[in-house]
Design a protein around this ligand. Sequence first.
Ligand code: PGA
Length: 256
Amino acid sequence: MKINYQGIQIYVKDDYDSVSKKAAQIIAAQMILKEDSVIGFATGSTPEGTYKNLVRMYKEGKINFSGITSFNLDEYYCIDPKNKQSYAYYMNKHLFDHVNIVRDNIHIPNGMSDDVETECKKYDKKIAESGHIDMQILGIGKNGHIGFNEPDLRFEAGTHLVELDLATIEENSRFFESLEDVPKKAISMGIRNIMHSKKIILIANGDNKSKILEEMLFGDITPNVPASILQLHNNVTLILDKKAAKYVIERLVDNK
Ligand code: PGA
């Protein structure tokens, strides 16, 4: 099923596998149309299936990463890239180690920097110099965060150091041995960099994302629900499974 809601394209798929396949097809199409695309990658459980499909398509000779530049949304603060919990490690494991992306073209915030302010400015500059992101992939936190831009009193524009919400720390503790091991801070690309991306693909699956997706799409635009700012972007595609799309379907399909 495909719904157009105020310019936002919403694909509703049966299950996680179909969500992952669709997301990978859209990213692949971008890479084929523009071989030197700047792609913004996300981490977390949600895009794992998408990356698996991209790796498969690369191995089948359908896509080529040699011209691609990448920027990741975020990285934990004070975690070494070699640490298995780092997002640098995640990206290598799930995507970069399996495709022909040029290492120098990969950008992930340096969580080990002694001078975070300069690191953030450098990241913003690199994104701007690349001509901005052509396609940004996003997940969404249960609290509405996108790329660790946590609920706040204002939208944070550029790359910045974030104090992670307790909800996020608890949510991400499943990847760590204990709650205490989860970093309390991260460096995140700010909302401006996300909003400057030419296209945005947000993927979500499961019941636990349904409520926040409803707030994001139909609620007020507020920094308290960071993803709600996407209502103002002119090229957003949501790829959801039926469970995540529960309230979207209720509002836009059942009640028509
Ligand atoms: P998840 O995280 O994919 O692990 O659910 C999404 C997010 O926090 O952006």
